[in-house]
Design a protein around this ligand. Sequence first.
Ligand code: ADP
Ligand code: MG
Length: 729
Amino acid sequence: MANLRFEVVAEAFKKRPVEVETPKVRPSEYFAKYVFNRQKMYKYLPSDVYEKLIDVIDNGNRLDRSIADAVAAGMKLWAEENGVTHYTHWFQPLTEGTAEKHDAFVEHDGKGGMIEEFSGKLLVQQEPDASSFPNGGIRNTFEARGYSAWDPTSPVFIIDDTLCIPTIFISYTGEALDYKAPLLRSLHTLSEAATEVCHYFYPQVKKVQTNLGWEQEYFLVDESLYSARPDLMLTGRTLMGHDSAKNQQMDDHYFGTIPERVQAFMKDLEIQALELGIPCKTRHNEVAPNQFELAPIYEECNLAVDHNMLLMSLMKRVAHKHGFRVLLHEKPFAGVNGSGKHNNWSLCTDTGVLLHAAGKTPEDNLRFVVFIVETLMGVYKHNGLLKASIMSATNAHRLGANEAPPAIISSFLGKQLTDLLDHIEKADKEELFALAGKKGMELDIPEIPELMIDNTDRNRTSPFAFTGNRFEFRAVGSEANCASSLIVLNAAVAEALENFKARVDALIAKGEDQTSAIIDIVREDIKTCKPIRFDGNGYSDEWKEEAQKRGLDCEASCPVVFDRYLDKESIEMFAKTNVMSESELKARNEVKWETYTKKIQIEARVMGDLTMNHIIPVATHYQSRLAKNVEGMIHIFGGEEGKKLTARNVKIIREIAERTESIERGVEALVDARKVANKIESEREKAVAYHDTVAPKMEEIRYQIDKLELLVADELWTLPKYRELLFIR
Ligand code: ADP
Ligand code: MG
């Protein structure tokens, strides 16, 4: 029996690193080569058009349609100089990844020929025939159209022969069908709310920018091996596979030497990413074998999200060129670490103040405390919703599993900051500030050194950790669009800041001094949001108990967690911050539940197929071989001695029979459970049924299959094993 597994393993071993030419010039020279950034705008646009466009980008003013034609003409000129023939509106539908529909720059010239054209109208707005994108019913009502509209704050870029235009994707009725539209709304509201609060301290602030620095974790698998694993190909993860005897226990992969083929891939990826304006900075091995990480320098949040989406699709293309497949799934392999996407999030004023960083003056430090505490207030109040924002069928494998953040949102602050908040909470108010002549209020907040947080005690188990001048949201899934979690975080913090300001202003209106009012409210809030603060081991069982006592959301079932989007407080918060309407939320949840169901459904089908086409035939084949041996032995040695000598084989034959029988029963039960679930009308109930009745059956089947893998002769096993998938590169 020819075994594809051995062919692909042999093939994988032969692969050599693909040669990657280092550009002759320095990275700073080819950085953003394929991006229509300010430099190019300046070069290709008339100066008045340039000024107007910059105003739109910097100040969020509306784009004057009258300049759109001139902008499009400049873009087209630049694009054509780079060999571009097509353009596309590039958007982020509610599936993972991005969508694009390419159109050529051609139009009829009215004389039977063609001219190359790209008008302002085509730049600004399009109507992609996108009826098959998930919309949760929004577009099934009376008007099925969806529009994509240009987001001038994210520059257009070139991929191959195509000019890509970042756009939002909305319905005819204005409801968001994507991630970008609500993200932009949340950023806008957060800027306004934070600016207002900043005015207590710095009256000159005009706006506040949200920064995002994501760290992308991923696995690489040799492409030949990948092609022999239908489960990886169809579901993005291995549905079966016994642990490799060696995996990550030696910790020898983490930060180790990057393997040669991988090094070539990374180099290629980075060059191409830099050309697209993605400021890649860090690359290293991650904890699990064949797991790696890439991180750029942080950028403005909307742009950073686009860059992450772009990078994920770029990774797939570049990996292919190097004979790899990139796995973005949060848990491609059981028993080793999964992949996340740490979102480093911070706020910065247009005057350059990082709002979550301690400052030099007492005033700066009060501002620091306010922004830390109000961020915690937002996270505390909406901890269940934040969890919902990072929850998915795939990330669910990671949350709550051994090495990943638990399915409970809490925040790590570190000792210094904890002590500071405790001090402010407990100190006598009179003690906290004293009049000091003309200098006004002098706060007795212990001196906070500028580099205050020692990264040594960074708690890797915390889903939302303070890291010196920012928070790091670590529970985000590697495959996810970062925007999903940021929409919630931004809106929650905006709401908290608005709420804070309203209460402070009320005290001031009653005649209280401003600093005194701020201290009063901050002290109140430090007490209120205390349950969200947790510096201990987030992976421990004690924490689960403790979190329950504290009233934090401990629900772990993915489809049930999605309910948080429709809680009264969530709907109110999204409405108040103008981020999403109730109908948008409802529609999105329909999509979430449906996506969940489909993912599990596909996994269950693949599991059934693999069992019937690979596992059972191979196991039975081996069993027959053993049976023949037993027969032969008895023939040679006679009944008694033969039986004694073949006792071990008989034991294995029996074990295989029992396990295959159990697998077959499992697969039948799996099919039955699906049949029952499929009949359920409600998307929510269906997803719950898939979670409660279908998914657990796959685990039971897997257990038996993995045991069989250990029993059956290696030469017969057809699916590449964990040791091959994880160690060949
Ligand atoms: P880690 O030790 O967690 O891997 P790094 O030092 O590699 O952290 O930084 C991770 C990310 O955090 C990078 O993208 C970096 O640019 C980003 N980052 C640093 N400072 C800030 C900040 N103030 N706001 C947002 N992101 C930041
Ligand atoms: Mg990090």
